[in-house]
Design a protein around this ligand. Structure first.
Ligand SMILES: CC(C)(COP(=O)(O)OP(=O)(O)OC[C@H]1O[C@@H](n2cnc3c(N)ncnc32)[C@H](O)[C@@H]1OP(=O)(O)O)[C@@H](O)C(=O)NCCC(=O)NCCS
Length: 267
């Protein structure tokens, strides 16, 4: 799509498309679907129904609630694929909005206890040995956070040393990630190293500050051609960034004002 000047009516059509999808995101049958999901034999069908009737997996709220209630994974709006497929992300993971995770990425939060006499699961795993609980450090103590608009490629392997994949980060195909991935870094290889940054530093700061991913989806879709433009120093070419930054600044200013009123009241 070229960056032509699209007229207001065309932009409104894109926004309307997004509003319609969003309006379908929670089926009236959601409470029933969540009950049915307790029956293992129905799980695939429940997920398929939710995808089909809630505007696709990008929008479906039931799929997000299934991830939260049954698998302990918190997934933001419009994130998809591995984010919503049970078993890809470990319990305790939080994912932001607009994030892409390959179905074939692998995530590990714990190692076998290699400092014990034996690292075999007989000696710690409740399903394999005679214990009622995992005898290693609790499995939920190493939660993973994946930011907004991040992208985890095919066959990437995320090891326990990585606790955060930043906003806008890219994990290349086959990367073996042993450390946190900073916002807007592109990493790859084994062990994963920085390949390059997506944008220059000052632009990364401005995109992070804008938090455009929190804007209402119909507003985002009004700026469809601008979403597809490579980012440059001319941030004015990206009106959503300007709008989002102004809004983020306003809410920071109002939090500051509220805090100072509260401080004055207390003093
Ligand atoms: C990481 C990635 C996004 C980089 O894209 P790019 O910037 O166009 O990469 P280039 O081909 O220009 O390569 C740039 C450098 O990074 C290296 N590189 C690229 N991808 C790499 C990877 N996955 N692992 C290790 N090194 C990688 C290249 O060898 C090259 O190194 P050099 O400068 O020393 O020659 C891309 O290669 C990738 O891995 N994409 C994931 C694809 C995928 O999994 N898709 C499924 C999505 S669900």
């Amino acid at each position: 799509m070229n960056n032509e000047n699209y007229d207001q009516a065309t932009r409104e059509q894109w926004a309307e498309w997004a509003r319609k999808k969003e309006a379908k995101a929670r089926s009236p049958l959601a409470p029933l679907l969540l009950k049915l999901y307790k029956i293992p034999a129905l799980r695939r069908r429940v997920r398929k129904f939710a995808r089909r009737h809630e505007g696709g997996e990008y929008f479906s709220q039931t799929l997000r609630q299934i991830q939260r209630d049954f698998y302990g994974v918190e997934v933001g709006a419009y994130s998809y694929a591995g984010c919503l497929f049970p078993g890809v992300l470990p319990r305790g993971t939080t994912v932001g909005r607009f994030t892409s995770v390959s179905l074939r990425a692998h995530f590990y939060r714990n190692n076998h206890p290699f400092d014990w006499l034996s690292q075999h699961p007989f000696f710690y795993h409740p399903k394999i040995g005679p214990h009622s609980a995992d005898l290693r450090d609790q499995t939920d103590t190493n939660p993973l956070t994946i930011g907004n608009d991040a992208y985890v490629g095919d066959h990437a392997m995320i090891l326990p040393g990585c606790a955060r994949i930043g906003d806008g980060a890219v994990v290349g195909g086959g990367a073996v990630v042993t450390k946190d991935v900073p916002d807007f870094a592109i990493v790859g290889g084994n062990p994963a190293k920085l390949i390059r940054w997506r944008y220059p530093e000052d632009i990364i700061t401005r995109v992070c500050e804008s938090q455009w991913w929190l804007r209402p989806i119909d507003e985002v879709f009004k700026w469809l051609p601008e979403m597809m433009m490579p980012i440059s120093n001319d941030l004015g070419a990206h009106p959503l960034l300007r709008i989002a930054t102004e809004s983020a600044n306003k809410s920071t200013a109002s939090v500051k004002a509220e805090t100072s009123v509260a401080a004055t009241t207390l003093s």
